[in-house]
Design a binder for this molecule. Structure first.
Ligand code: MLT
Length: 246
């Protein structure tokens, strides 16, 4: 299996299509998606366009849905919640569909939604996603980072490298044997530097610093930096819809 890493949705090649794609937004969209589904949300519907989100959400009775989202790290006005994984408590999300829009993460999911197999990953579910990937029949896999408005993100690259290492270790192979591009090799090297202290890496990243300037996000950093704290794999069931498939 050859794994290519694209650090932003904008860098994803438009002509090719792999067998599978894994989207990463460690801070914080794919961490939030994992916790929302783990805590009982029935589905996460992602939208880059806020009007489309509001129209789709309005079709469900209010007690069956939540609107969640942020721009620039701050909760959107009129929405039920922002994009914090620790806010996705069972009492709030159980049995609900979540309509989610974030600055970069949901755009990254939309970018790859035509690919037949799409999952989301964070540091929390590296092992669970690696196991699913290892069972795939496909040869070509993309890992897509969400970045920040077209720029590279340190934390997404860290998780991309962690995913490659975890998958290769599970197969008893060297990560290098699956590296499909230089971006993937660089991300794999980054994991070696920070794997014992990922939260420090998250806090050092540009978006980590943005969140720290906005307010106290210690609980989010602890949650987003916890490696393999979740066993779920959010999978795309329909374009733009993520859920836990049997
Ligand atoms: C994003 O999609 O850019 C992020 O998830 C932003 C955030 O930290 O809420």
């Amino acid at each position: 299996m050859q794994v290519q890493y694209w650090s932003t949705p904008e860098s994803v090649p438009s002509q090719d299509q792999p067998d599978a794609a894994v989207v990463i937004d460690v801070l914080r969209a794919t961490t939030t998606i994992g916790w929302a589904l783990h805590n009982g949300a029935t589905a996460i519907r992602v939208f880059s366009n806020l009007e489309a989100l509001q129209q789709a959400a309005a079709k469900l009775p209010q007690h069956q849905r939540l609107m969640a989202g942020e721009r620039g790290g701050q909760q959107l006005e009129g929405f039920d919640m922002g994009n914090s994984p620790v806010a996705m408590a069972p009492a709030l999300v159980k049995g609900k569909e979540i309509f989610l829009s974030t600055t970069n993460g949901t755009r990254a999911v939309e970018k790859v939604q035509a690919i037949p197999w799409v999952a989301t990953c964070s540091l929390n579910n590296l092992k669970a996603v690696a196991q699913k990937l290892a069972q795939l029949q496909g040869d070509q896999v993309w890992i897509v980072g969400s970045g920040w408005e077209g720029s590279y993100s340190l934390e997404d690259s860290l998780a991309a490298g962690g995913l490659l290492h975890t998958m290769a270790a599970g197969l008893g192979q060297e990560p290098q044997s699956h590296c499909g591009n230089d971006e993937m090799a660089a991300a794999a090297a980054l994991w070696q530097v920070w794997k014992d202290n990922p939260e420090t890496c998250l806090r050092l990243s540009t978006h980590g610093q943005r969140l720290q300037r906005l307010s106290n996000h210690d609980a989010d950093f602890r949650c987003c930096g916890a490696v393999n704290s979740l066993g779920v794999v959010p999978m795309q069931s329909n374009p733009g819809v993520l859920c836990l498939l049997p």
